[in-house]
Structure formats: structure tokens, C-alpha cells
Design a protein around this ligand. Sequence first.
Ligand SMILES: [Mg+2]
Length: 365
Amino acid sequence: MKIINIKTIIIGLPFENPGPDSSFAIADKNLLKTLLIKIETDKGIIGWGESFGYTSIAATETTLHSMVIPHLIGKEINSIEDIHKINKELQLKLHVFGRYGITIFALSGIDIALWDIIGKIEKKSIAELLGGLKVESLKAYASLFLYDDPKATADVSSKAVNDGYKIIKLHENKIPPILSSREAIGNLPLMVDVNCVWSEEDIKKIITPLKESNLYWLEEPLWPPENYKGLSKLRDEGFTIASGENSCTAHQFAEMISNNASDILQPSVTKVGGISEIIKINKLKLKNSRIVPHSPYFGPGFMATLQIIGSLTPESEIERLYVDLKADLYNGASNIDSKGNISIPIGHGLGMEPNIEIIEKYSIK
Ligand SMILES: [Mg+2]
């Protein structure tokens, strides 16, 4: 069948942050913005995708309309081989404009929508296309906003545990909130995501309390994220290092792996180049590391992550941004059950269709 139309739709999902105001740069006026991609075919099958959002949406949307979509109208899409062919053509065509970043975010959303289409053509979930689900649900971790306040961080950590989460991730970069959260949640697994703000010198000054906080993993501790040698040294110090949400394509992951930069590889399906690139990353010789995708979003990217983990890396935890969604594109699919797990939907393609009424009601333009 042929691709006949591709639309981009921006939605703003209202949410409540369970703690005080946060300087975390992803939310806008209590709206979680999501960039949806809707690919229509001449046989009536529709595929949904998501490119990484928040404040990059306007740039990614422009990239899609000016550089990507015109190339795709009229293309045949009948098989997984067609997805690989389209990805190769697009990456080759666009590499001169900057290989990574916004360009690959745009292609990631297209790739997810194409996999959704192939699942629907073959009447299989994406997990089935990838070899079948190995588990029915995934261990979820609550991914908290940055509060930069020991009491607030402890309170929100406790709230997440009371809600049923058994694993907590902070986005803090000072020791007091890390220690207060550790005290609040006892021995449960605790991760800290530094979002790259420390230098190697900064870490030397805090290494003792950082080690005492007994982290399940330490995420993106160093600036710049490509400081693979620095990350490798921290692994040698005994930290479990997580990184990769800012890396694009399997090539950058191969470089991370060859530099021993990470225990936990975190490709983000809406940023890395889509499902197709995560499949390639999963085929790399991972040495002593494992894949735990990045997924702090609630659109088709989250649904694709459930399908990927469930079929390819079933031991991986799934990241669930710890906010209270007031409108949900997938009717509660990202909510945890009583064991702190998230179920994997088994419908065709992404497992579930987005709620069209929600899209219409919360569409931003
Ligand atoms: Mg992160």
C-alpha cells in the first residue's frame, strides 16, 4: 500500500506535578506537550508515531514538514524491509543537515508510525513482529521531577512508594535531596539522574555520600554526555552508570559500548531513530551492559517502548514519569498495577489505538 498523507498533531495533556514547582524543563504550564505523527495509507490503515517533544516540538515539526514528509508521500509500505529502506533513504538524504538531534527525532516518529502500520497489515502487535512477548508486564520506576529541595524530594519519593512504585528515580544533582529520598524509601532501588551537570572534579568532592546513597544506577552524571572516558572511570569506581538518552542511532551506541561508557544503555525510541535503531542496538555485542530504554512520555513512543521491552529486553524496567495525568491518550495504559508493574497491550501494531476524543480535545492547534 501507499502512503497518501502524513499529519503532525500537537497535543497538550494536562497533568499535576505531585510536588512543588519544578525547574524541570520539559513541562509547559502544566501541559505535557506531545508531537504525534499520523501516517495515512491508501488502504485506510493508519499508523501513529511520536517524535521527542516538549520544547523541541516546533523545530521537529518544521523539520518533518519541510524535509521529511514530502519525501514519503507515495512511498510503498508493505513490509519491515520497506521500513528499513525508507529509514536508509531518509538518513542518507538528511545527513548533510546534521545527522543527529532534531533530524533523527523527526525520523524516530516516522519509524514508529511505520511499524504500527506493518503490525496492522500483518494483524500482529509490534512485539509479535519482534519475536513475541516474553513477559506480560514490566517493572516500572517512578521518574520524579527535579525539586532541589530535600523535604519535597523525600515527600514525593514516599508518595510514589505509597502509590505502589517499588523503584524510584530522582532528577537531582545535590547530595541532600538524594540522601533524604534514600532515607524516605529505605532499601528500595533508587536511581539518580544528574542530566549531565557535574564535572569529574565535582564528583570527587561528593564521592563518599554518593557511594553511601547506594544507587541502583547513576544516570548521565557528566558533562558532556559524550565524555565516555569519564563515565568509564566512574564504572571503575564502582558506580553503575546509565546513559544514552541523548545518543542517536546504533552507531553512537556502538561507540559508547566500545568505550565501556555504560552499564545501562538508554536509547529513547522517540530520539534514537525509532524502533528500527533499538533493534540494531539490541544486536550489538553489549559486553557487560544492558538496555533499559528512556521513556518519559505518554504517546506512541511509550507504547512502542512497552512493545520493545516486552519482546527484546524483558528484564528491563520501564520509566514512567511520576505525574498525575489528567487526560490520557491511552486510557490508563501507563498506570501501574498493585505490584508496581505496567501491562503490555497486545493489540495490533502499538498494542492500542490512541483515544481520538482526547486528541481532538487537547489538540493545541
Ligand atoms: Mg535521563
